[in-house]
Design a protein around this ligand. Structure first.
Ligand SMILES: Nc1ncnc2c1ncn2[C@@H]1O[C@H](COP(=O)(O)OP(=O)(O)OP(=O)(O)O)[C@@H](O)[C@H]1O
Length: 628
């Protein structure tokens, strides 16, 4: 049936974010404009896969054209390029929704980044963020899309010059594909090479040669279509027939990444369940790594039919892994929701997750340098598993690498740490904070340094959570250097370090005075074992929460009030000795000193003084006295 309409096109404005994105695209200075072709072909292939899936439950949608196909047509004379698919298509409403609004959460992140990187011309960004359809405006000054949804007897068109508005209108079905979508690009003058057969064929073969839908090329509008990609799913081929480049091209087009995979895993599981896995660990962080939904992107296929990318095949802490699992056993004709409940899927989830972790473990020994790069990039995400996945905690602790006070910037495993324990050392010590450099200089570490005890420096947000969740490694608990009594006296001092004399009576009196002066502000004031250079530091009370975790929770409004800290004073510090002396001055001077010691310890922890005005008044008074 053919419908004709006389309606005038309706002009609409893009959502503000789309308009901004388009502006960036149109004015982009990227050398790598080829990306647009990959994005449009990947959209066309997705549309074919969506139809293949919907066709399982509604064969009528396929009509008499069951073969998915993408056709690219060149028109050098008119400087036009067309990409057409016979996939699912879009209704008028879907056109407006998909091409007039920001469909992906990552797009905003992309824009923020691209705006910053504009001058440096970082061509990797577009690929990284997979901004898809709009990349057409890098090469075209006008884009027209005509689409007809499978099973519908009407068609619609969308057109825009990428300058803030688009038009949308119903079109005669005679002017639309019988089913699917046609994207017509009016190429810019400097993009004329995209009508050259050779250029297009080479670009498609390298970027999209392994999409699971055959691709045809027509050199001219009336030329015969020639098949340039067979649509054979790469993962079904034997490993020995696939080159590293083919894996990389597939990874790029399927995962929307622009980097090279840091690890490629391709295997076939046989036995109770049969399935094929083709998984990649990216080299760089995917843009959506820290999206709040923490969703994974591994796709689920059943006998080469794409089912869903929402099956959450891997645990959330492996969400950086890209790729697919193609199962032979799952039924094709069940809904996505039912598949989620399937015990077969559960078995696949478990086995694939274990396999990925064991491959990482193997890599850690076989190619340490490559492994450490992966850890450097994704360690903070993998560490989420330490408190989320109890069953795999051991494995994850084995994979974990840390910077420490004695590693000189190198990564250390817990195995390394435990091998170097000092005599009488029964715990794994760590310090948490937000910045490695500052952590390494924190006063709490001084007593550890004097004994040569290695302290792990944990600077990722996630660290405060797992490390306080009751973990141990080979029977050794993790203990914060800011927590409780450090119990260091049992561990011998390193060569050349002098054992500390017990605090004198005068110092003990001074400590009692400080405690009285500070009153409720602190849980306790005591002489410190752990300080050798600084005069004072703050620690958590015995059994208290790690101070860094406490700060994080309080900052997130998840803690009513932080527990009061313990102020530890270094009884051997010259200033403390001087303040403790009988002639140190009147009670006012000592009271100022008590408050200043407390405030100074807070500052060393990256906090503000309790009362910044009182702090500056005291500081001024003390300085003035010093001048007199
Ligand atoms: N050829 C097509 N057939 C059917 N729908 C399409 C087609 N091209 C685009 N779309 C629709 O437009 C939406 C937006 O496309 P766009 O390429 O901008 O983002 P995406 O495909 O969701 O993500 P990305 O391409 O960045 O991976 C798609 O999600 C899809 O719904």
């Amino acid at each position: 049936m053919t419908t004709t309409t006389e309606a005038a096109p309706e002009t609409r404005s893009f959502e503000a974010d789309v308009a901004k994105l388009l502006h960036l695209m149109v004015h982009s200075v990227y050398s790598d404009k080829d990306v647009f072709l990959r994005e449009l072909i990947s959209n066309a292939a997705d549309a074919c896969e969506k139809l293949r899936y919907e066709g399982l439950s509604d064969a009528a949608l396929l009509g008499d054209d069951g073969q998915p196909r993408i056709t690219v047509t060149l028109d050098a004379e008119a400087r036009r390029l067309t990409i057409e698919d016979n996939g699912i298509g879009m209704s008028e409403a879907e056109l407006a929704d998909a091409l007039g609004t920001i469909a992906r959460s990552g797009t905003k992140a992309f824009m923020d980044k691209i705006a910053g990187a504009k001058d440096s011309g970082d061509s990797h960004l577009i690929g990284q963020f997979g901004v898809g359809f709009y990349s057409a405006f890098m090469v075209a000054d006008r884009v027209e899309v005509v689409s007809r949804r499978a099973g519908s007897d009407s068609a619609a068109s969308w057109a825009s010059d990428g300058l803030g508005t688009y038009t949308i209108q119903p079109v005669d079905t005679a002017d639309a594909p019988a089913r699917g979508t046609r994207v017509l690009l009016h190429l810019k003058e400097d993009a004329a090479s995209y009508t050259e057969s050779y250029t297009i064929e080479r670009t498609i073969k390298t970027q999209s040669g392994h999409v699971p839908v055959p691709i045809f090329l027509k050199d001219a509008p009336d030329a015969e279509p020639k098949q340039i990609a067979d649509g054979a799913a790469l993962w079904t081929k034997p490993k020995s027939e696939i080159t590293a480049e083919e894996y990389q091209d597939f990874y790029r087009s399927a995962a929307g990444q622009f980097d090279a995979p840091a690890l490629t895993l391709h295997y076939r599981a046989e036995g109770l369940h049969e399935y094929t896995v083709l998984a990649f660990v990216p080299e760089t962080k995917p843009f959506d790594l820290f999206d709040p939904d923490r969703a994974g992107r591994v796709k689920l296929y059943v006998r080469r039919v794409f089912i869903t990318d929402e099956a959450q095949i891997l645990p959330r802490y492996l969400r950086f892994v890209r790729g697919l699992v193609d199962s032979n056993d799952l039924p094709l004709n069940v809904s996505r929701e039912m598949i989620q409940e399937s015990p077969v899927l559960a078995a696949i989830q478990k086995a694939v997750s274990n396999r990925i972790l064991s491959e990482l473990d193997k890599l850690a020994t076989s190619d340490t340098e490559r492994y450490l790069k992966i850890w450097d990039t994704f360690g903070p995400v993998l560490k989420e598993g330490l408190y989320e996945d109890f069953a795999r905690r051991e494995t994850l602790l084995g994979l974990a690498r840390f910077k420490s006070t004695t590693s000189g910037g190198a990564w250390r495993s817990l195995k390394d740490y435990v091998a170097d324990l000092k005599d009488n050392q029964t715990a794994i010590y760590y310090a948490t904070g937000t910045d490695l450099e500052r952590l390494a200089t924190s006063p709490q570490l001084e007593g550890f340094r004097a004994r040569g005890i290695e302290v792990l420096l944990l600077a990722d947000q996630v660290d405060s959570f797992w490390v306080t969740s009751g973990v141990d490694y080979e029977g050794k608990p993790f203990k914060s250097v800011t927590q409780g009594l450090a119990d260091l006296s049992l561990i011998p001092l390193a060569d050349g370090e002098q054992p500390a004399a017990a605090a004198s009576d005068a110092v003990n009196d001074f400590i009692a005075f400080v405690k009285e002066t500070l009153g409720d502000a602190v849980a306790d004031v005591r002489a410190s074992d752990r300080l050798t250079e600084s005069a004072a530091c703050l620690v958590a009370p015995e059994h208290g929460m790690d101070r860094q975790l406490e700060k994080l929770l309080a900052g997130a409004g998840r803690l009513d009030a932080a527990a009061k800290p313990v102020l530890e004073i270094n009884p051997r510090h010259a200033l403390v000795e001087r303040l403790s002396a009988a002639d140190a001055g009147d009670a006012d001077v000592r009271a100022d000193a008590a408050h200043l010691l407390f405030d100074e310890a807070r500052i060393a922890d990256g906090e503000l003084p309790v009362d910044p005005r009182a702090f500056s008044a005291r500081l001024m008074r003390v300085l003035q006295r010093g001048m007199n």
